[in-house]
Ligand binder design. Sequence first.
Ligand code: FNR
Length: 183
Amino acid sequence: PKYRVAMLVGSNRKASLNVRLARAIEKSAPSSIQFTWVPMYDMPFYNADLEDNRPTPVNQFVAAIEAADAVCMVTPEYNRSIPAVLKNAIDWGSKPPENNVWRDKVIAMAGTSPGSLGTALAQQHLRQMLPILGSIILPGEVYITFKDSNMIEDDGTVNDPDVADFIADFCQRFARFIQRLDH
Ligand code: FNR
């Protein structure tokens, strides 16, 4: 693989539908990209008092984002926004401004929810905050209503052919986008 992509999943629960979607994306991706799953769940809430001696999970997170050519955020929607774990990770990565890891980072996003809006509003919030931090966002919208429990299996197998095509198209576009921006 030519490009390393950090996979950030905004849900930390075992039976997460977004973990299933992230696995489906990983399976469907072209060989030019390789995913590394980067955990966000052990970081404390952002607190500027900790800046002098950043907790180890924060340093590990920031190093993983720095090392990645691109980032894929796969996230649920909580109360019409992104979950606090993802917001917290974005906040840690953004500070101090001279070390902002999101600057010039290529980012794609996707999400699924049982609701009909399928994380559209959470993604809208990401599209509002990430460009301010200097990220380059893959255009297009990938939110998926999780229709029945078998639509994507636990191992990432997609049983709905339309959803499988949609995910494959997203992966192809993401890979081409990363390549295009690689100068
Ligand atoms: C939700 N859920 C939800 N769904 C949605 O489409 N829009 C929303 O605003 C919310 N809000 C919300 C808030 C909180 C606190 C929770 C716990 C859940 C439902 C959510 O989509 C559903 O629980 C998903 O299954 C969560 O994603 P994972 O954990 O399965 O990946």
